[in-house]
Design a protein around this ligand. Structure first.
Ligand SMILES: [Zn+2]
Length: 152
């Protein structure tokens, strides 16, 4: 770590925490040479993670794909998204990433990720959870009914 002001490498961490909605570590650093204070963010990297699909097919974890899946299946088609749905999808994606990191595993089943999404949506946005379940289950009303029993 270099000080952005004087390029010295003598930098100390003076404060550190996980940001509230983000899967990021926030650190306040202080240069010991010029005494300037600056902030750094460290993002979670899950590029090593392997997802095992229901079909048994394996693929690498791609954050954008998870986000798009959550956004696409929770968006309220009757009402235009004024930004709150993309914010929700971002928040849920971050929380899922944190939960995956906490598992300390190299592989995860796609259904486990779906369960995480359901759990987070259930707490955070029941309306969006309903749309997510309906989207996932499509015409399969019976199974949708069972899932709703489980989450409400
Ligand atoms: Zn400095």
């Amino acid at each position: 770590m270099y000080c952005p002001f004087c390029n010295s490498t003598q930098v100390a961490v003076v404060n550190s925490r996980a940001t509230k909605k983000d899967s990021q570590i926030w650190r306040r650093r202080k240069c010991l040479i010029c005494n300037e204070v600056f902030t750094t963010y460290e993002k979670i990297d899950l590029s090593h993670l392997i997802i095992i699909k229901k079909s048994g097919r394996k693929e690498r974890f791609i954050r954008a794909k998870l986000y798009a899946g959550i956004y696409g299946s929770t968006i309220d088609k009757k009402n235009a998204d004024k930004g709150e749905m993309s914010e929700l999808a971002e928040e849920v994606t971050n929380k899922v990433e944190q939960d995956i990191v906490a598992l300390k595993r190299k592989k995860i089943q796609s259904v486990e990720i779906t369960e995480m999404v359901l759990k987070i949506l259930g707490k955070r946005a029941p309306d969006a959870l309903l749309r997510f379940l309906a989207y996932r289950e499509g015409e399969n009303k019976k199974r949708l009914g069972n899932l709703l029993d489980k989450y409400f």
